[in-house]
Design a protein. Structure first.
Length: 287
């Protein structure tokens, strides 16, 4: 527990030895002759697909309740209806990949679906890789540094719960409810949006943050939105989503810029990978 801006990380060594890794867990499901489906065709689900495919974990279908998304594809994976999934449910292991999974879990429980797991983060496999390549003492030292920067018990509790989730395969509802913030970027007691608001997103991905912004702006009553996205393929997805989500009047207020953002004018190499694209020395696209 958090005491005086410190968190006890002594449990990590034992827990890390017992943790099988999320990829191994999913491979166990495939060994049971179950196909892997992703529930959620939004930004979270597509980011999860990026991570899974990059780790050689095949996904057969997306599943979504939104009829507008049915038949669409991301990285060659088609989105099907929940009813279509039910026809094959006995041969499927479902990975729930949405920001707030509570309503989806209730839906699955109503239909007595047992073969499913909630992916706590689309970057779960990336976390696993990072932790495997670091000494636990180094991880603990970095986390203590982060904890020392936090001043309130709420923030420390969030950090503690996030760290615990790194070493868990299964979703923990209690941990989730303790730290979940439904309106992550636009908390109404902090952010006030009106007709003069200008939204700038540096790394807009497919528009998941824009979608949240539009929900929080009353009647899409804002001034301008500037969306920077470096990845050409993702930028196309972003522009397609804007056309689906927004009326022509709202579209005219949104400018998509197919560039990255930096504090200097330089050429660099980057690695495009959906929501986890990165700028690094080993990149293979020049910009």
């Amino acid at each position: 527990m958090a005491v005086c801006n410190q968190i006890d990380f002594s449990w990590m060594e034992t827990t890390s030895k017992e943790y099988p890794g999320y990829k191994d867990y999913l491979m166990e499901q495939k060994e049971r002759n179950l196909e892997l489906y992703l529930f959620g065709f939004g930004g979270f689900g597509q980011a999860a697909a990026d991570s899974l495919l990059d780790h050689n974990v095949d996904i057969t279908y997306f599943v979504d309740n939104d009829e507008k998304k049915l038949g669409k594809q991301y990285r060659g994976i088609e989105c099907i209806s929940f009813q279509h999934f039910l026809e094959k449910k006995d041969k499927v292991f479902l990975i729930v990949a949405v920001g707030n999974p509570l309503s989806i879990i209730e839906q699955l429980d109503r239909y007595e679906i047992k073969n499913y797991n909630v992916m706590i983060s689309p970057y779960k496999l990336v976390f696993d890789d990072t932790l495997k390549n670091m000494e636990l003492s180094d991880v603990s030292l970095k986390l203590k540094t982060v904890a020392s920067l936090l001043e309130d018990s709420r923030s420390l509790n969030v950090l503690q719960n996030i760290i615990e989730s790194w070493y868990k395969v299964s979703y923990n509802k209690e941990l989730f409810l303790e730290i979940y913030e439904g309106n992550q970027y636009f908390c109404k007691d902090i952010i006030s949006l009106d007709e003069n608001s200008v939204f700038v997103d540096c790394g807009a991905f497919i528009g998941d943050s824009l979608e949240s912004f539009l929900v929080n702006v009353s009647d899409s009553n804002f001034s301008k939105a500037f969306l920077f996205e470096l990845n050409d393929f993702t930028c196309e997805e972003l522009q397609s989503n804007i056309k689906q989500w927004c009326s022509p009047d709202v579209q005219r207020k949104i400018k998509v810029i197919n560039k990255g953002v930096s504090d200097e004018n330089v050429e660099f190499f980057y690695s495009p990978s959906g929501s986890s694209s990165s700028v690094r020395g080993g990149g293979y696209f020049k910009s």
